[in-house]
Design a binder for this molecule. Structure first.
Ligand code: FAD
Length: 370
């Protein structure tokens, strides 16, 4: 396995870096402009085959994109990661040809935003406990239930929603459905007030007698849980890339802060230099974990353990890097509008979604103790 990025990946990284640095904003509203610019450049469909309107890039290229944009705006990062890894891939992997041609060109071209609705009040880490029901009726299904904390809720155009025909069947009762914005019976709540990632709208998604035609069931009946779990490897590598961007942002800010002080005649303490060196080394190690997991996924090699390790290690690092950098910068970093505070709050959320880091530890332990 090569330990350096290929020329192609380096060129793409530079392109994404310039896009992030020069074109993205960091305001406090839903990042519509960032998304529109990403759509115009074809970034909605980076790892989607050209035959469906995507760019036909590999998974690592998409990971580099999420990393670079998350450095500037982690909210845009999570919206794009959810859109791609768990919003578009389900169709690509499990859709019928008719479903693919109906939805993927719009998702890849930036006309549609994709989202993923699994979590409920009683079903977070234990996703199989979900209680949203899908009752078979003439020509399709009626969905009833309420999803929580759905990224891009109310903003997305296509949701992959998970519901059960019979709770007594456990995970075997769960099916996946393609739900479109505007369908009668679908309502999104107001964006949650979160501690971080506030530009990314996270909402309740309520379904009341929502009719889904049979042609919008994704995969066979009863395969929804398998579909959801099979997507999470890619999803976790995407969130790990978001963590890389956030950790890099904390380090960049702090290095610039000390360079600025040095220009004014202050020399950083050796203890400060040691902390910065440690963070830089851990970040490089983290990058190797993420890129390796991405390479394995691209090769079609099982990467459950590697994806969990990357997600857990990097998102924990993103939190500790922001926290350590706030310590180092001191008083200026305590201001609520200081970027380091935003990085810390944004990073905290990355430890929770796509499987909390406690759940990642359970999965890793299960693999190594097999
Ligand atoms: C910003 C944000 C965006 C999100 N976006 C989406 C989305 O787009 N779609 C979606 O479906 N969901 C989304 N979620 C929900 C997310 O996936 C869940 O929050 C996550 O799966 C954890 O579930 P929970 O919050 O219900 O916590 P719980 O499952 O209730 O867990 C609570 C705590 O207990 C720990 N825990 C749970 N089980 C165990 C165990 N067996 N052993 C040890 N510890 C355990 C957890 O690690 C956690 O610390 C999002 C969440 C956030 C914060």
């Amino acid at each position: 396995m090569p330990f350096a990025l290929s020329d192609h990946h380096r060129i793409k990284r530079e392109e994404f870096r310039q896009f992030a640095d020069l074109e993205m904003d960091t305001g406090d509203h839903f990042p519509r402009d960032n998304l529109q610019k990403a759509a115009q450049r074809g970034y909605y469909g980076l790892p989607i085959p050209k035959e469906y309107g995507g760019q036909g890039e590999d998974f690592l290229t998409y990971i580099l994109f999420v990393e670079e944009i998350s450095r500037i705006c982690a909210s845009t990062g999570v919206i794009m990661a959810v859109h791609t890894s768990v919003g578009t891939f389900p169709l690509l992997y499990f859709g019928t040809e008719q479903q693919k041609t109906r939805y993927i060109p719009g998702l890849a071209g930036g006309e549609f935003l994709g989202a993923f609705a699994l979590t409920e009040a009683g079903a977070g880490s234990d996703a199989a406990a979900l209680s949203t029901t899908a009752v078979a009726v003439d020509g399709g299904y009626l969905l009833n239930g309420c999803k929580l904390f759905i990224t891009s809720g109310g903003e997305a155009d296509v949701y992959t929603v998970f519901a059960t025909a019979d709770r007594s069947l456990g995970r075997k009762g769960i099916s996946a459905f393609l739900v479109e914005k505007g369908m009668a019976g679908l309502t999104a709540g107001n964006p949650e007030k979160k501690m971080g990632l506030n530009r990314s709208h996270t909402t309740e998604l309520r379904m009341e007698d929502l009719f889904i035609p049979a042609s919008n069931r994704l995969g066979e009946e009863g395969t929804g849980f398998t579909i959801a779990m099979s997507l999470l490897d890619g999803g976790r590598i995407g969130i790990a890339a978001q963590g890389l961007g956030l950790a890099q942002a904390s380090l960049d800010y702090t290095i610039a802060h000390f360079k600025d002080l040095e220009a004014k005649g202050y020399k950083a303490e050796q203890s400060t230099c040691f902390i910065l060196a440690d963070l830089a080394a851990r970040l490089e190690a983290a990058r190797l974990l993420v890129y390796r997991a991405a390479a394995l996924k691209e090769m079609g090699i099982s990467c459950l353990k590697e994806a969990s390790m990357a997600k857990m290690f990097v998102t924990d690092l993103a939190v500790s890097a922001a926290s350590r950098c706030i310590d180092l910068c001191g008083r200026p970093a305590a201001a609520s509008d200081n970027p380091l505070t935003r990085y810390l709050c944004d990073a905290k959320a990355t430890q929770i979604y796509e499987g909390s880091n406690q759940v990642q530890r359970i999965l890793i332990a299960r693999e190594i103790l097999k």
